[in-house]
Design a protein around this ligand. Structure first.
Ligand SMILES: O=C(O)CCC(=O)C(=O)O
Ligand SMILES: [Fe+2]
Length: 367
C-alpha cells in the first residue's frame, strides 16, 4: 500500500516559496492583499455551529443532524486530556516562534508532504495567505532533530501521543457519524473486526496565523473543503475559523476552551452519498493575537475504494459519485481543487441537487 508521503510525491503541488518573516512586516505587502474580501461574518447570528457533548446518550443522533445540516460540529467531553491539548499547542508555539532561517531548514519540498511551508492550496489563489504551517506525516523525529538538536524528544513524544489519541477519537467519531446513517461496523470492512479504524491514515497539520497589520485585507486560509473523511481541529482561544452555511453565509466557529471542531471531509461526503456536506471553511486573521490550530486530517487507508455506501443507494437514490481511493482523490484535488468533487460525480449538478434533497428526506428514515 502506498504511504501518504508517496501519494503526495505523485501529486506535487508547486507553491512558489516566498520567505515571509511575518513579524518584521509593518504593512501588508501587495502579494498578501486580497481585494473584495468580505470579512464580516453573520454577526446577528441566530444559529451557530452545533456543540455536542460526547457523553450525551443522544450523541449519535445529534451528530447525524449536525453533519446533515452543517457538515461541522464541535465536541466537548471528548475524553482528550486538556494537558495533551495544551502540550500540542506548546509544540506549535515553540515551532512557529523559531527564527525564520531555522524553520526553513525543514521546509516542505514541492513533492513532499511533511515539513514547514505555505498552505498547499496556495497554488490555486493569486494572493498569498497570512499563514505558516508545519505538516507531520508519520514520525516527526528527523525534522524535530534538526529544529531542536538537544531537546527534540519531548516534542516528538507529545506529537506521537497526540496522534495516537486522535486516532482513537477519530474512530469513535466515525462510527457515531455513520451510525446515524444506518451504517454499522460490519458494513465497513476496512474498519477492522472490532471497528477501531486502526488502518486509517492521517496527517497532523500545525497552523499559525501571525499577528497581521491589516487583517481586513488579508486571508489566513482561503475557502476550501478538506479532502478527508473527517478532520479534528483544535484551535486556541482566538477566533478566525469560519464555516459557510447555505442561506447564512460565513459563520464564525466560536472557540470553546478545550473543545474540538469536527469537519465532514469530501470522502465522507462521497461515502454518505451526498447526505453529509463537506463543510466549506476559511480562516481570517487578527491584528493583535497570533492564532494557532492543530488539524488531524483523517482518511481511509490510501488504497481503499470509497464510494456511496450500498445502504444509501437505491433506484430512487442513485450513487452520486464513482468510487475513488484517497490516493486518487488527492490527485483530483491537486488538479481541480474546488472542482474535485464534481470531477468524480456521476450525476449532473441539476440531478444532484434534486437527488440530494430527496436523499435528505429519505435519510431521516434510515437514521
Ligand atoms: O486553522 C483552522 O482553524 C483551520 C485549518 C484548516 O482548515 C486545515 O488545516 O485544513
Ligand atoms: Fe481545512
Amino acid at each position: 500500500m502506498p504511504s501518504l508521503s508517496e501519494v503526495y510525491r505523485t501529486h506535487p503541488v508547486h507553491v512558489q516559496h516566498k520567505d515571509p518573516d511575518f513579524n518584521s512586516l509593518q504593512e501588508l505587502p501587495e502579494s498578501y492583499t486580497w481585494t473584495h474580501l468580505d470579512t464580516n461574518s453573520n454577526c446577528v447570528m441566530k444559529e451557530s455551529v452545533p456543540v455536542i457533548d460526547l457523553n450525551d446518550p443522544n450523541a449519535s443522533k445529534l451528530i447525524g443532524h449536525a453533519c446533515k445540516t452543517w457538515g461541522v460540529y464541535q465536541v466537548v467531553n471528548h475524553g482528550i486530556p486538556t494537558r495533551l491539548l495544551d502540550e500540542i499547542q506548546w509544540v506549535g508555539q515553540s515551532l512557529f516562534s523559531l527564527p525564520s532561517h531555522q524553520k526553513h531548514k525543514v521546509a516542505r519540498s514541492p513533492d513532499g508532504v511533511a515539513g514547514y511551508g505555505l498552505a498547499r492550496l496556495s497554488s490555486f489563489f493569486p494572493k498569498l495567505m497570512w499563514y505558516e504551517g508545519f505538516t507531520i506525516a508519520g514520525s516527526p523525529l528527523e525534522h524535530f532533530h534538526q529544529l531542536w538538536p538537544q531537546n527534540y524528544s519531548k516534542h516528538c513524544d507529545i506529537v506521537m501521543q497526540y496522534d495516537e489519541t486522535m486516532k482513537n477519537l477519530a474512530g469513535k467519531l466515525m462510527w457515531l457519524m455513520l451510525d446515524s446513517l444506518g451504517i454499522t461496523k460490519e458494513d465497513i470492512k476496512w474498519g477492522g473486526s472490532k471497528g477501531q479504524f486502526k488502518k486509517a491514515s492521517a496527517v497532523l497539520q500545525l497552523n499559525s496565523y501571525p499577528i497581521c497589520p491589516d487583517p481586513d485585507r488579508a486571508m489566513g486560509l482561503a475557502p476550501h473543503t478538506d479532502s478527508t473523511l473527517l478532520t479534528i481541529l483544535y484551535q486556541n482561544n482566538i477566533s478566525g475559523l469560519q464555516v459557510h452555511k447555505e442561506g447564512l453565509g460565513w459563520v464564525t466557529v466560536q472557540p470553546l476552551s478545550h473543545g474540538l471542531v469536527i469537519n465532514v471531509g469530501d470522502l465522507l461526503h462521497i461515502l454518505s452519498n451526498g447526505l453529509y456536506p463537506s463543510v466549506l471553511h476559511r480562516v481570517l486573521v487578527n491584528r493583535t493575537r497570533q492564532r494557532l490550530s492543530v488539524a488531524y486530517l483523517c482518511g481511509p487507508p490510501s488504497n481503499v475504494e470509497i464510494c456511496p455506501h450500498a445502504k444509501l443507494v437505491s433506484p430512487s437514490q442513485p450513487p452520486l459519485y464513482r468510487s475513488v481511493t484517497w490516493n486518487e482523490y488527492l490527485g483530483a484535488k491537486a488538479k481541480h481543487f474546488d472542482k474535485a468533487l464534481s470531477s468524480v460525480r456521476l450525476c449532473s449538478p441539476i440531478n444532484e441537487l434534486f437527488d440530494v434533497s430527496e436523499a435528505h428526506k429519505n435519510s431521516v428514515q434510515v437514521g
